[in-house]
Write a protein that binds this ligand. Structure first.
Ligand SMILES: Cc1cc2nc3c(=O)[nH]c(=O)nc-3n(C[C@H](O)[C@H](O)[C@H](O)COP(=O)(O)O)c2cc1C
Length: 295
């Protein structure tokens, strides 16, 4: 399963079509959808259509599903088979609401169940199947998790170098063991090209996934520092794409900090922009701001 070296990680509320489009423009080689509930897919496929990759990006975007019941996961997988480049199983989400239902990283506490889910999904789809995990639930158990994924037939594994218990605290561990049976992707705290290089060296991974480092910074995939002019153009394009996709410009607020990080007067500008609800007003505010700092 060859998909490239540097990809955009799945992020609920962030890694949608509009943002993926910009990440691809700047060199991301693959991406994931936001996580989609398997239960919800089985109940009503149509309401989940908004999450699926668009035709133009389909060959390089995986559909990520989450759930806890092997049967429902395999049903959901067969329903989304072919809607993306491959199917990814979320076994890393540490959010309480998800764990309480036995999904996401809760699966790392029950490797028998994780294997059953991977096997069930594999048996029900034509697509390749990957799994995204953390190092473990409350302790680093990665070798056993890796073995379980390989035994169950996973075609690829991506690991965020923290336990679920850690949430986002501490630093992500990149020094993990790659036994090399299937492609391995390392993830966590990758913010620049040096990080990519070191994370790959330490882990021996085949590539990396970038999540937070890409929010409001799609240039991370191209290793260029954008000029103010370029930054402005991308922000305006992002606003247009996002509006086209979700029709609510307030969704752009999640990206404002990233796009203005380290720029003069960013704090005051953010406070102002976070209240804007109209697309034209938002675009104008950014145009004025970038003009004011380019002189
Ligand atoms: C806002 C947000 C939403 C996320 N949503 C998902 C998700 O839907 N599925 C998933 O597997 N991981 C999700 N993650 C985890 C990321 O994919 C990634 O594993 C984690 O943020 C560590 O990588 P980073 O240090 O590059 O951010 C999310 C992370 C963030 C910050």
């Amino acid at each position: 399963m060859v998909i490239g070296k540097v990809g955009l990680a799945p992020m609920a509320g962030i890694s949608n079509w509009s943002f993926r489009t910009l990440c691809f423009k700047f060199g991301a080689e693959f991406a994931y959808t936001e996580m989609i509930s398997a239960e919800s897919i089985v109940r009503n496929l149509k309401i989940n259509e908004k999450y699926f990759p668009k035709d133009i990006e389909k060959k390089r975007v995986a559909v990520q599903i989450f759930g806890s019941e092997p049967y429902i996961m395999s049903q959901a997988a067969s329903m989304v088979d072919g809607k993306g480049a491959w199917i990814d199983i979320n076994a890393g989400c540490p959010v309480k609401k998800v764990i309480k239902k036995g999904a996401g990283s809760a699966l790392l506490k029950d490797l028998k169940k994780l294997k059953k889910i991977i096997e069930g999904v594999k048996n029900n789809v034509k697509s390749k199947v990957s799994v995204k995990v953390r190092l473990g639930f409350d302790e680093d158990n990665f070798e056993r998790i890796y073995d379980a994924a390989v035994e169950a037939g996973a075609d690829m594994i991506a690991v965020h170098g923290r336990t679920a218990k850690q949430m986002y605290s501490g630093r992500a561990k990149w020094q993990i063991k790659n036994k090399g049976y299937i492609p391995l992707y390392i993830n966590g705290d990758i913010y620049n090209s040096d990080n990519i290089k070191i994370a790959m060296e330490l882990s021996g991974a085949d590539g990396v996934l970038i999540a937070r480092g890409a929010i409001g910074n799609p240039w991370i995939f191209s290793n260029i520092t954008p000029s103010i002019f370029e930054r402005k153009n991308v922000v305006l394009q992002h606003i247009d794409l996002l509006y086209l996709e979700v029709g609510d410009i307030r969704e752009f607020r999640k990206f404002v900090a990233g796009y203005t990080k380290g720029l003069p007067g960013a704090r005051q500008f953010r406070a102002k922009v976070m209240k804007i609800e109209e697309i034209d007003e938002l675009k104008m505010a950014f145009e004025e701001y970038f003009l004011s700092i380019s002189n």
